[in-house]
Write a protein that binds this ligand. Sequence first.
Ligand SMILES: Cc1ncc(C[n+]2csc(CCOP(=O)(O)OP(=O)(O)O)c2C)c(N)n1
Ligand code: SF4
Length: 285
Amino acid sequence: MLNKEIYQADQDTAWCPGCGNLPLRNVLADVLAELELSPTDVAMFTGIGQAAKMVHYIKVNGLNGLHGRALPPALGMRIANHKLKVIVESGDGDTYGEGGNHLLHNIRRNPDIAHFVHNNQIYGLTKGQASPTTEEGTTTTVQPNGITAKPFNPIKFAVAMEASFVARGFVGNQEQLKELMKEALNHRGYALIDILQPCVSFNKLNTYQWYSKRVYQLDEQYDPTDYQAALQKAEEWGDNIPTGVIYRNERPIFRDKFPQLDDNTPLVEKEINPKELSELVDEFK
Ligand SMILES: Cc1ncc(C[n+]2csc(CCOP(=O)(O)OP(=O)(O)O)c2C)c(N)n1
Ligand code: SF4
């Protein structure tokens, strides 16, 4: 096992004391160390938001891009160098709001990407506006009469799209979260973990206590390969919120569909033939 101090970035976090992002970062560092992934073995992609700051606070290769746009460059990295572990860290707004379109097409393509969504059911960075997962009826500074839209159910959406790995974790259960992240990183294909991560400053409803009273771990009787059972599980929310692997569906990954990508030499290491390249460029002139 590697020493987790190697992922320690050279700057303090700007996260509030008590923020659920802090234990999440801790678990991630444990996971990378236990999987013996050195900082140069990993590439992390983020958009905008509190969750997206993770790339500044953990020392691996990284790109901090536009709101909702972490998946496209992550897929680009997957194509260029499949030897790296590719991680996306994003908030619920970043993923299910601004980035919703990318999420759905990514599920269809099924590249090897481990996607850790910090779901605090609010826009944290911009100070507490509703996100797609905010509970109906919640009042915020810009929605003083309460949210009228039905919340988005990311688990049900991903299961219905037959995503290849769909899980829910909770930062209040770090042991389980660690195992889920390890499974996601070792999974062949796209692995989505929706992680319940309290925003202690702006979400006064979905607090640690609120989640702790409701979450329960799926037991061994539960079969995540059963599509109908997973759809039913995905409906559970409210008094009982299941955590664990909700759906697993082994299917061909992005690279399998492109023979030119599916060999052991990553594109980035392949020799470029300048003559062939200039002929190709000429075709576009
Ligand atoms: C296209 C675009 N729309 C809106 C914003 C403003 N904005 C920045 S962060 C943010 C919300 C982030 O919330 P979330 O993704 O849930 O992450 P959190 O901060 O809660 O971790 C918004 C709306 C932006 N930067 N770009
Ligand atoms: S505003 Fe919320 S999400 Fe952002 S750092 Fe503070 S507690 Fe965390």
